[in-house]
Design a protein around this ligand. Structure first.
Ligand code: SAM
Length: 464
């Protein structure tokens, strides 16, 4: 390693930047790999040292090209139509309650913050349509790739797995390759925009710019207490006085624990789910016996953050991977062997929360998603792996074959070329994996198949 900078400095600066751009606190992340990612990007972009690259990044807004690429890499966007039925039933009852209120609030303004590829916002529009309620829905996200998918409105079977056949027929139109396009007048008032929860909220179409309902589900789990408080403040400032704020059902948000800058929010039960409203929380309040303890220990286990730099030097030199991630990888493998792919994905998602730089997790996620027909999400996973490990022949091979299936001949040609180039190298990226090799079968056979497919494809589709 270049003596002009310390790896500790790189890691500290990288973590600080990631938190500033996204609000994320990287938990128990293998610091070695953060440094490697930034070292590799620095080299690729011609910087003398990773520190000069990082210092260059520090002066850029998070929406500039390189920070945005890193943000797109780090953010995890798994979502689905009709995700979390109890919360949706709470949302339905709130929509009905607001609809019965004064005409001045119509159409009801709903903001889905951290909407990922859009399924959540389309679901809100469907629920409102089923109830005959007028809504304006804005879906926002920090990840520009996710937003492009949301705007395209084309989804695969995996995204639709929780949607009833009836709703599927009503709101979507079948396309080729088991894909569906969201197409219904219910989506006329649905918009998507880029927004970072570290910034003040976007404006609604109400004259005062406020929102009647804000959904922010499965987003704040990645944030530090300070950035959670900041995001909550932005959301609560943007709510109408009688507005509702909704998180995911497995998320416990206790503003009292977040310090004085967190807004006052009070949990309420509605339908089978729960929401928050502006106002003070009652300490120790339990919403339902055994389930929603707001002062008890339902939160995630305490996490060590990479900002505790005391023992980092040894950590970076001795330990390549962190135990939590490896345990989660093995648990994912167990679930996969038992045929439970939803649980497999949940474990991989959790592993990526701890370490978004884990190439093996991205590859395994890609393999599982692909087996479920979620080719778009699988493609994104393999592309993330390739961003982190540009010579990963296995990720390049999946990327190529997904692109070929979609008749993206140029993209597939580039990816197949990358397969051949990567296979020529001495280093095999699969050598250091923990479970991937066991999951995919005989590596030499797969490698042989990848080489053959690449050669055949390039032979058939010579550059014009
Ligand atoms: C796991 S997805 C949740 C999607 C959807 N809300 C759901 O529950 O199905 C989390 C999303 O939050 C987004 N996100 C993370 N940090 C963000 C930030 N600072 N500002 C806006 N969106 C963010 C990610 O890009 C990702 O799409």
């Amino acid at each position: 390693m270049d003596a002009s900078y310390s790896r500790r400095e790189v890691i500290a600066l990288a973590c600080k930047l990631i938190e500033k751009w996204t609000g994320f606190e990287l938990r128990e992340t293998a610091p070695q790999r953060i440094a490697e990612t930034f070292e590799q990007r620095a080299q690729l972009l011609g910087y003398d040292t990773p520190i000069s690259y990082l210092k260059g990044l520090r002066d850029l807004p998070s929406t500039a090209e390189e920070p945005q690429r890193l943000v797109n890499l780090i953010t995890n966007g798994l979502t689905a139509f009709w995700r979390d039925e109890p919360q949706l039933s709470a949302l339905r009852s709130v929509l009905c309650h607001l609809d019965a209120g004064p005409p001045a609030i119509h159409p009801i303004q709903v903001w889905c913050a951290g909407v990922s590829t859009g399924e959540e916002a389309y679901t809100v529009a469907m629920i409102a349509d089923e109830e005959g309620i007028g809504v304006d829905v804005l879906g926002t996200d920090i990840n520009t790739d996710f937003l492009a998918t949301a705007r395209r409105g084309v989804f695969d079977e995996w995204s639709l797995r929780r949607l009833s056949p009836n709703r599927r027929r009503t709101y979507l139109r079948p396309l080729e390759h088991s894909r569906w396009r969201a197409e219904h007048r219910a989506f006329e008032n649905l918009r998507f925009a880029h927004h970072n929860l570290m910034d003040p909220a976007p404006s609604s179409r109400h004259p005062d710019g406020k929102w009647d309902i804000i959904l922010c589900r499965n987003v704040l789990i990645y944030f530090s207490p300070t950035t959670t408080a900041k995001a909550l403040r932005h959301m609560s400032d943007a709510l109408t006085r009688d507005g509702y704020l909704m998180f995911g059902s497995s998320e416990q948000v206790d503003p009292q624990r977040l310090g004085p800058s967190a807004p006052d929010l009070r949990p309420i039960r509605k339908g089978g789910g729960f929401l928050y409203r502006p106002g003070s929380v009652q300490t120790g309040r339990t919403i339902e016996p055994g389930r929603w303890h707001f002062e008890d220990s339902q939160s995630l286990p305490p996490v060590e953050t990479t900002r505790d730099l005391g023992s980092l030097e040894e950590t970076t030199s001795d330990v390549r991977d962190n135990r939590t991630v490896i345990d989660l990888l093995y648990t994912a493998k167990d679930h996969l062997e038992k045929g439970d792919r939803e649980l497999t994905i949940a474990c991989l998602e959790a592993a990526l929360v701890y370490d978004p730089f884990q190439v093996e997790c991205h590859c395994l996620m890609g393999v599982v998603l692909r087996s479920l027909g979620a080719s778009q999400q699988a493609l994104e996973s393999f592309q993330k792996a390739l961003f982190l490990a540009p010579h990963h022949w296995f990720a390049a091979h999946h990327t190529a074959s997904i692109l070929a299936e979609r008749d993206d001949i140029d993209g597939a040609r580039r990816a197949y070329l990358r397969v051949l180039k990567s296979l020529e190298r001495d280093e095999d990226p699969l050598e250091s994996t923990h479970v991937l090799r066991d999951v995919i079968g005989t590596v030499s056979r797969i490698e042989h198949g990848a080489r053959q497919q690449a050669e055949n494809f390039l032979q058939t589709h010579r550059e014009r």
